[in-house]
Design a protein around this ligand. Structure first.
Ligand code: BES
Ligand code: MN
Ligand code: ZN
Length: 495
């Protein structure tokens, strides 16, 4: 997708679509007034008739707008200006992008605002770049009849007097972010027959080469040498051998702290011998979303050349039921030496992460964020749209929460009171891999905490938001690429 900035008047800008965000209750003056006049008062009329008042992400379409150069016109609501957040702006622009990408286009023009200053123009342009890059890509990987048509050219109209030169880097950064979100979405949307540990690792190697990331892949013998008994036990039931991918972006001054991003990469979660019923298994190609998020974020960090030292670790396994699958009652010895009683083979994500977190600490991680589609319990607690955060360090957790807030992604912190530790005690080993009926998201986090050696660590349970069951006006179903924006923001802030 090509993206340009221009200051052409709205009425004379040519394209397949002119998209105009409109705030609720705004006056029809300036460029918006001129547009209304050119359209013979259309905007005033649809506001009066309440067919379009500008509520957030509300849309109105005119397919034969006489009086302007563009072939079609889409108004999208921004809600009341005082309440407009980053999340709201993104939602409105993504809705617009989705509304106009159902057919092939050559040129889409977006009028990003009339009375906005340079800082606001920068913010809006960057957000628009991301929203348009993401909004025009669908789940068409294997459809002969495509439902969505990526934009060739998007033109952003800004008030005359703003310097396009200074805005271009923000727009480029927004596009990089959009590309990375789409990468995470694609990796998640690929079926498990295509995306398995080895093929995921190959993709990571290719991307590392393309964007100059350091890259190390541990195959089964290497994982055995590392004594990753917990991760290997999950992989044992599958014909697909496991992989651990470690990417490195080292662009900070020597001595700078090392941030580790750790992702759960279960390329398919059948549940193992604790087999999932069909309904629960149906979407389990998405169980590598944590790893996809880490890979996509590493690519964005490298492309943006952020002056930081970040390592990205992806634990890749397939959880199956083969003859050598781990069994209930098995006792595993993790890389750290901690012994684990397996009481449910479907609680496999924590078994994978146990060894990857331990490895991240060995690699020098000073701070850790892990991402995992870890528990249904987190979805029960917070719903499908909110990420659960659990941490051993409030200061570090606040940094993650603040980054999420700035980009408009929803995270809610869950408590980590010491008494939850009781719930993962085992009669025969150091710990067991389930915590009983209640507080399942937290007992899973308590399990992970055992492997981070007291490093400041935030666990993000993305089981709800990583994969969407159906389309919404502002986003496609399937992989969502959630948390890529938050992580890139977090890393940018530490730069
Ligand atoms: N991958 C699942 C969690 C999940 C559920 C992700 C729904 C996305 C949507 C995880 O491996 C799992 O099966 N967790 C179990 C844990 C339980 C056995 C303690 C769960 O949540 O039921
Ligand atoms: Mn599972
Ligand atoms: Zn899982």
């Amino acid at each position: 997708m090509n993206l340009q900035i221009a200051t052409t008047p709205w009425t004379t800008a040519a394209g397949d679509w002119l998209i105009v965000p409109v705030a609720e209750g705004c006056e029809l003056t300036g460029p918006l007034g001129q547009l209304n006049d050119a359209l013979g008062g259309w905007i005033a009329r649809i506001r009066e008739s309440q067919d379009f008042v500008g509520k957030l992400a509300e849309t109105a379409v005119s397919v034969t707008p006489a009086g302007i150069a563009a072939k079609r016109l889409l108004l999208v609501g921004l809600g009341t200006p005082q309440k407009l957040t980053e999340a709201g702006l993104y939602k409105a622009l993504a809705t617009a992008a989705r509304a106009v990408s159902g057919k092939k286009t050559e040129r889409v023009v977006v009028a990003l605002g009339a009375e906005i200053d340079a800082a606001e123009a920068l913010r809006r342009s960057r957000t628009a770049a991301t929203a348009f890059a993401v909004g025009c890509v669908g789940q068409d990987l294997y459809r002969n009849e495509k439902k969505r048509f990526p934009f060739e050219m998007v033109e952003i109209l800004l008030p005359a007097g703003l310097d396009a030169q200074t805005l271009q880097p923000a727009v480029d950064a927004g596009l990089v972010l959009g590309d990375s979100i789409n990468l995470a979405r694609e990796l998640v949307n690929q079926p498990a027959q295509v995306m398995y540990p080895e093929s995921f690792a190959n993709r990571a190697v290719a991307l590392a080469r393309e964007f100059q990331l350091g890259c190390e892949v541990l195959d089964q013998p290497a994982l055995e040498k590392e004594k990753m008994g917990s991760l290997l036990a999950v992989a044992a039931g599958s014909d697909r051998p496991p992989r651990l991918v470690v990417l490195e972006h080292k662009a900070a001054a020597p001595g700078a702290p090392v941030l580790a991003l750790v992702g759960k990469g279960v390329t398919f979660d059948s549940g193992g011998l604790s087999l999932k019923p069909t309904d629960g298994m149906l979407t389990m190609k998405c169980d590598m979303a944590g790893a996809a998020t880490v890979l996509a974020t590493m690519v964005a960090i490298a492309r943006l050349k952020l002056p930081v030292h970040v390592i990205g670790l992806m634990g890749l396994v397939e959880n199956m039921t083969g003859g050598s699958a781990m069994k209930l009652g098995d006792v595993l010895t993790a890389r750290s030496g901690v012994t684990i009683e397996v009481q449910n083979t479907d609680a496999e994500g924590r078994l994978v992460l146990a060894d990857v977190l331990d490895y991240a600490v060995s690699k020098g991680a000073d701070r850790i964020v892990d991402l995992a589609t870890l528990t249904g319990a987190c979805v029960v607690a917070l719903g499908e749209e909110v990420v659960g955060a659990m941490s051993n360090n409030q200061e570090w957790c606040d940094q993650v929460l603040n980054a999420a807030k700035a980009v408009g992604e929803d995270i809610w912190q869950l408590p980590m009171f010491p008494h939850y530790d009781e719930l993962i005690k085992s009669d025969v080993a150091d710990i067991r891999n389930v915590g009983g009926r209640w507080g399942g998201a937290i007992t899973a986090a308590k399990f992970l905490e055992r492997f981070v050696k007291e490093r400041p660590w935030v666990h993000l349970d993305i089981a709800g938001p990583a994969f969407a069951a159906s389309d919404k006006p502002h986003r496609e179903g399937g992989g969502t690429g959630c948390m890529v924006r938050t992580l890139v923001e977090l890393v940018s802030r530490s730069a």
